[in-house]
Write a protein that binds this ligand. Structure first.
Ligand code: HEM
Length: 491
């Protein structure tokens, strides 16, 4: 009898050990639809992939497998899935996938956004957060922002006097381009002749080309062949940009005037000369970091929030009431007012929830691992679909509705702790420009709503104002936002 028990125990132990060692066999691939040969699931994604992936996730679950061409991809579409990717396994998923465009535009993925997760990334992330995007540095540009916003208000006042339709999209983009150039380069480049087209047009070309689906991103072996001619165009553009950045750096080597406020180039030149960076930090790195990719995010977020306010006049009125109480009609909004504008804070949160300008963000797995029992192979692309999370009815009641009041008494914030609201991501690769972006978005929305009443042109009813999206590196409005301003301050 004892012998039988002994054999049984040994057999069970061997089986348990076998199961333990064979753990890999028990792991399943995440669920997904049937894939086509070669294309995988690419045919299921249209011009708004965040919405297509949201629909697929409703069918297959919050951790789902799609194969984009030859690239195995895991899509995370719920709070829990996002927390797993961005917190529990952040150390494994913090890499960025290969991005064909950034190879040519960002000096071989040397820009912080596209850099691989390694010592180089750690170094430049630290340089950027400590020296360029710190609260102190952001604060040092406060008077510049005030001046630029005032210029916009003056120009809109003229349009208000003439009762003409204002193009809010171009006005907001120009304001952001100007503010970014002043902060980064120390002067405006809007009207500068850059390749006979102008700075703004070149930046828009870069954004457009970077967002154009590139076969090389889905079929890596096609990257070198460049069937679509995208790489050739990107190389031409990056040459123009490179000459422009070289000229700016030269101007900063021997500045004509003594500057009180150091722009980003000055700061990086100081870092280069001091040897503070823990690696060979040279002009190439300065240029890669300077590569201006951030300004459209802030402009588009502002545009979306104004769109929502124009579609919901009662929310606009409530915000104007708050501004009237806190600021009064005798003056414009100051940055110091922002902390007292609670309803504005809720309006901004709700706008970023419904229209995150980066609805999908992309990571890459650096190791084989298991998430919720699903096997994720090394080198898989990981997509976090924050659009789907922000509209999950299990988390947000009536998720499609613009209801800033849903944040009353709620501590939910977008700083990366709350996985139901992730417009800026969370974890190692989260947005280091969040504080700057939020300051600008709040200031510009508050100023435009405080200084003007807004009316839609051609008798368009608020509920008929279009909300069509154009997906890209930044998901913006498809059509420009047009409205007629009436000045409402006393002076
Ligand atoms: C990364 C959103 C403005 C610089 C990101 C990510 C998101 C995001 C979702 C990716 C997170 C991830 O992959 O996990 C936004 C939004 C903005 C904004 C919604 C405006 C409303 C800015 C600004 C700057 C900036 C103003 C800089 C001046 C960056 C950089 C990264 C990044 C450098 C890459 C960080 C890394 O990979 O380590 N942003 N961003 N962003 N953002 Fe922003």
């Amino acid at each position: 009898m004892t012998l039988i028990w002994a054999i049984l125990v040994v057999a069970l132990s061997v089986y348990a050990l076998y199961e333990l060692l064979n753990i890999h066999k028990r792991q399943r691939d995440p669920p997904g639809s049937t894939r086509l040969p070669i294309l995988g699931h690419l045919h299921l994604l249209g011009k708004n992939p965040h919405k297509d992936l949201q629909k697929l996730a409703k069918k297959h679950g919050p951790i789902m497998y799609v194969q984009l061409g030859l690239v195995p991809t895991i899509v995370a579409s719920s709070i829990d899935a996002a927390e797993k990717v961005l917190k529990t396994y952040d150390h494994i998923f913090a890499n960025r996938p290969h991005h064909e465009a950034s190879q040519h535009l960002a000096y071989g993925q040397k820009n912080l956004v596209f850099a691989k997760y390694d010592v180089y990334w750690r170094n430049i992330r630290k340089l950027c957060t400590v020296h360029l995007l710190s609260n102190q540095k952001i604060h040092s540009f406060q008077s510049m922002r005030k001046q630029q916003v005032e210029l916009l208000i003056q120009s809109l006042k003229k349009e208000a006097r003439d009762r003409v339709v204002a193009n809010l999209s171009t006005n907001i983009t120009s304001l952001n381009v100007n503010m970014t150039c002043l902060m980064v380069f120390g002067k405006k480049y809007m009207d500068e002749d850059l390749d006979k087209r102008g700075f703004k047009a070149i930046v828009q070309d870069v954004v457009h080309l970077s967002a154009t689906p590139n076969l090389g991103d889905f079929f890596p072996f096609l990257g070198a062949i460049d069937l679509q001619g995208i790489t050739r165009k990107l190389k031409d553009l990056s040459k123009v940009f490179d000459e422009f950045l070289e000229k700016i750096i030269d101007e900063h080597v021997n500045p004509h005037e003594h500057k009180q406020n150091k722009d980003f180039v000055d700061t990086m030149m100081d870092i280069m000369q001091s040897g503070e960076a823990k690696f060979q930090f040279d002009r190439r790195h300065i240029k890669a970091i300077l590569f201006v990719s951030a300004m459209d995010t802030t402009a588009s977020s502002t545009e979306w929030i104004l769109t929502k306010l124009l579609r919901h006049p009662q929310v606009m009125k409530k915000l104007q009431k708050e501004l009237q109480q806190v600021v009064g009609l005798d003056r414009m909004v100051e940055e110091s007012d922002l902390e007292n504008l609670n309803y504005l804070d809720m309006v901004v949160k709700e706008g970023l929830r419904l229209h995150p300008v980066a609805p999908l963000f992309y990571h890459e797995s650096m190791e084989d691992c298991v998430v919720d029992g699903f096997h994720v192979q090394k080198g898989s692309r990981i997509i976090i679909n924050c659009y789907a999370i922000h509209r999950d009815p299990n988390v947000w009641p009536e998720p499609e509705k613009f209801l800033p009041e849903r944040f009353v008494g709620s501590s939910v914030d977008f700083r990366g702790r709350d996985f139901q609201l992730l417009p800026f991501g969370s974890g190692r690769r989260s947005c280091p420009g969040m504080q700057l972006a939020v300051t600008i978005v709040r200031l510009v929305v508050a100023q435009l709503v405080h200084c003007f009443e807004w009316e839609l042109p051609n008798g368009i009813q608020p509920c008929d104002l279009d909300i069509d999206e154009k997906f890209g590196i930044v998901t913006c409005r498809e059509k420009p936002l047009l409205a007629i301003p009436t000045y409402r301050l006393k002076k």
